[in-house]
Design a protein around this ligand. Structure first.
Ligand code: HBI
Ligand code: FE
Length: 274
């Protein structure tokens, strides 16, 4: 596993923005709640415009989560939110400087700790940022952690992913990408947004759910694990989960190690043509 020092150097080389110099060995930092008025304003703009969309386009599990968390009209104080979350589902938030290595990320999930970036995008980046920032991590991921079924699923994901990453890291990451980040889910005969990457994106949330050009594909765990993705464009396929329990069952009942073994040397699938 990579050391904090080596990871810090890699991130600096890639031009990533987080300050990894002050990380603990599990890649956490203090949140340090000292945001400027300008940052509070950016949060409010993002949160206001996104909330208008999520009301219409987000799956109930997310909206119920927003309700349970209470207002998110200012930059969240992670300790305050953790107190609430602990009571609801036993989860807590930890602050991180940005992307962290996958094994460390999975380890936090396995312990019911959700890593949230402690800095926010700038005013010029409302529509897109390539790295996860606090708006993506918090607004996208945290509401659903108040829901017991999702809370359990994320912990199970962390536990399983830790042991599978050696076998096939790419396949495990695709599963996360196409469900937790960009998954859609059926609700009363309609397709709704489920993934955090969608919840935190103004344009892709609308595209994925409403555009006739969005390519909706029924969820199938093996197909998901074989399908590539690009992080900096709209997704060329969105997998539609029939229900939350279909995701959990798919995960619990599939032999993920066997799936990895079966497909890891096979050609990958192109999302545009599945
Ligand atoms: N780090 N902060 C942060 N947030 C993520 O979503 C994240 C990460 N590191 C690794 C990672 N995701 C990927 O490996 C996912 O596939 C899990
Ligand atoms: Fe994310």
């Amino acid at each position: 596993e990579i050391s904090v020092q080596d990871y810090a150097r890699e991130c600096a080389d890639k031009g990533l923005r987080g300050n990894y110099a002050v990380c603990r060995s599990d890649f956490t930092v203090e949140q340090e709640y000292d945001y400027t008025d300008a940052e509070q304003e950016v949060w409010r703009i993002l949160s206001d415009r996104q909330t208008k969309l999520t009301k219409r386009l987000a799956h109930k599990s997310y909206l119920d989560g927003v309700e349970a968390l209470g207002l998110i009209d200012r930059i969240p104080d992670f300790d305050e939110v953790s107190q609430r979350l602990r009571k609801l589902t036993g989860w807590e938030l930890v602050a991180v400087p940005g992307l962290i290595p996958a094994p460390a990320f999975f380890d936090h999930l396995a312990e019911r700790r959700f890593p949230v970036t402690n800095w926010l995008r700038k005013r010029e980046e409302l529509d897109y940022i390539v790295e996860p920032d606090m708006f993506h991590d918090f607004f996208g991921h945290v509401p659903a952690l108040t829901q017991p079924a999702f809370a359990d699923f994320m912990q199970m994901y962390g536990q399983k992913a830790e042991s599978l990453i050696e076998l096939g890291g790419d396949m495990i990451e695709r599963l996360y990408w196409y469900t937790a980040e960009f998954g859609l889910m059926q609700e009363a005969g309609q397709v709704k947004a489920f993934g955090a990457g969608l919840m935190s994106s103004f344009s892709e949330l609308q595209f994925a759910v409403e555009s006739p050009d969005a390519h909706h594909v029924p969820f199938d765990i093996e197909t998901v694990m074989r399908t590539t993705y690009e992080i900096d464009k709209f997704q060329r396929a969105y997998f539609v989960l029939p229900s939350f329990s279909a995701l959990k069952d798919g995960f619990e009942k599939s032999d993920l190690a066997a799936i990895i073994a079966r497909w890891k040397d096979a050609p990958v699938l192109d999302p545009a043509t599945i």
